[in-house]
Design a protein around this ligand. Structure first.
Ligand SMILES: Cc1ncc(COP(=O)(O)O)c(C=O)c1O
Ligand SMILES: N[C@@H](CCCC[NH3+])C(=O)O
Length: 425
């Protein structure tokens, strides 16, 4: 990576480069050229970045298995990369399961999650012979008994670890809708039930303490608790979930996925676990920084002495994270990254809500013009995946770039697409 001007290296996709005029190039493609061809707003994913993260994760984790948590970006194109790089695929619904299978992930490398799996989802997983079903509740055991097919299962345990992250994405504490509670004995009761089953094979235990977690200590605590339980119960495999935090802001420097995975491996090894027994499920740490979202500025409204609003052609429908969790992002002009970005503005979307703010205090050039391209980096995880059609906005297109070429992996929605579900009354 050369000089990226005002764009910090740690927020840029791997192949990012800036030409002499200050324009951003990703995967050998000029961002303005991509927008000219595919329209705005546009998600641009860097293929090299994705593959590098997958390799760092698998190398750091030794011979343990890395399962990509597909909820972060569950596309067929992503599933192809996952299967080519030898990772596994975590699906939390029939749709995510279908995406993995359509992308060529071998069924034995698919894990099915969900705190309320339907009969159809369970039936599909059994018929497809997925690698593991992660059983989450007693009602689910009843459903599996009713269906009767044979399956290799893990039990999802809530180990009672309070991860330090946003309450909405904390999942390992006692008070959780997920999994079997360890402290009140449910975990042991579930283990006994599955062990006694003639058609379910208990191959492992699972826990996931939360998302965007930075404290290695929380993962170490989870490993301590779960290894003890697995050894007491004579269970072979252990998955410690995902949730490894990433940096979204200029000053936010965080461990790489290679560091995360090698630390976790060390923690497992310290407990005498063999690589083949161990699994992790990162989503965000693989995809987040691989993508940027590019928007076009439509309105610049200055309220002297109050604030300047810069409105773009997307917003909470392509990135609901700021509204949902108060998440922070940065913004940059993608065509003049050598210019100082010293005007503080609110970067807002085009939705009919005052809360539709993408970046509360974005720094952009003082002479920013209507029609310029502004991009927000680190939007590869839980952006497109959690997008909506609010205000009947069509979803943006998604391109995958590399080696001077772009591949459209999700076309832009059309106005007609927006009415495909409506029944004309
Ligand atoms: C069961 C499970 N595994 C893995 C993940 C991946 O999380 P992240 O994208 O934060 O790595 C999640 C989401 O938090 C999850 O619910
Ligand atoms: N959607 C959350 C992460 C949820 C993780 C899924 N268990 C986010 O955007 O940060």
């Amino acid at each position: 990576m050369g000089d990226l001007g005002v764009l910090p290296d740690h927020l840029a996709p791997h192949t990012a480069a800036v030409d002499a005029l200050g324009e951003l190039i990703i995967g050998g493609m000029r961002v303005s050229e991509l927008v000219r061809q595919y329209g705005s707003p546009l998600f641009i994913y860097d293929e090299n970045h994705l593959r590098t993260r997958m390799r760092e994760a698998t190398e750091g984790f030794g011979g343990g298995r890395v399962i990509y948590a597909s909820k972060a970006f569950p596309s067929v194109a992503m599933a192809r990369l996952i299967s080519e790089e030898g990772l596994w695929w975590d699906a939390a619904s029939q749709g995510e399961l279908e995406a993995g299978l359509r992308g060529g992930v071998q069924p034995k490398r698919v894990i099915l999650h969900g705190n309320n799996k339907s009969f159809d989802e369970l039936r599909m997983a059994i018929d497809a012979k997925v690698g593991r079903i992660v059983v989450d509740s007693f009602d689910e055991i009843d459903r599996l008994d009713y269906l009767g097919g044979s399956a290799s299962v893990w039990l999802r345990i809530t180990p009672g670890i309070e991860a330090h992250t946003h309450a909405y994405v904390r999942t390992g504490q006692q008070d959780s809708k997920f999994g079997f509670n360890l402290a009140n004995g449910d975990a042991h009761r579930a283990i006994a039930r599955v062990k006694a089953s003639s058609h379910l094979m208990l191959s492992g235990l699972h826990c996931h303490i939360g998302s965007q977690v930075f404290a290695l200590g929380s993962f170490r605590d989870a490993i301590d608790v779960m290894v003890t339980l697995a050894k007491d119960e004579g269970v072979e495999e252990l998955c410690i979930g995902g949730g490894f935090g990433v940096g979204y802001l200029r000053d936010e420097r965080v461990p790489t996925i290679g560091e995360w995975t090698s630390w976790l491996r060390e923690a497992f090894v310290a407990h005498g676990m063999r690589d083949q027994q161990t699994f992790i499920e990162p989503g965000r740490a693989i995809v987040a920084a691989a993508a940027v979202t590019v928007y076009t500025v439509g309105v610049i409204k200055e309220i002297p002495g109050v604030r300047t609003y810069v409105a773009v052609d997307g917003g909470m429908s392509d990135n609901p994270r700021p509204v949902l969790y108060g998440s922070g992002y940065e913004a940059f002009t993608s065509s003049r990254l050598f210019d100082p970005h010293d005007m503080t503005v609110a970067l807002v979307g085009k939705h009919c809500e005052s809360g539709d703010v993408l970046v509360r205090e974005a720094r952009l050039p003082t002479d920013l013009q209507v029609g310029e391209l502004v991009m927000t980096p680190v939007t590869g995880a839980y952006g497109y995946a959690m997008g909506s059609n609010y205000n009947k906005l069509p979803r943006p297109a998604v391109v995958l770039v590399g080696h001077g070429q772009a591949r459209l992996i999700a076309r832009r929605e059309t106005i007609d697409d927006l009415f495909r579900l409506e029944v004309d009354g």
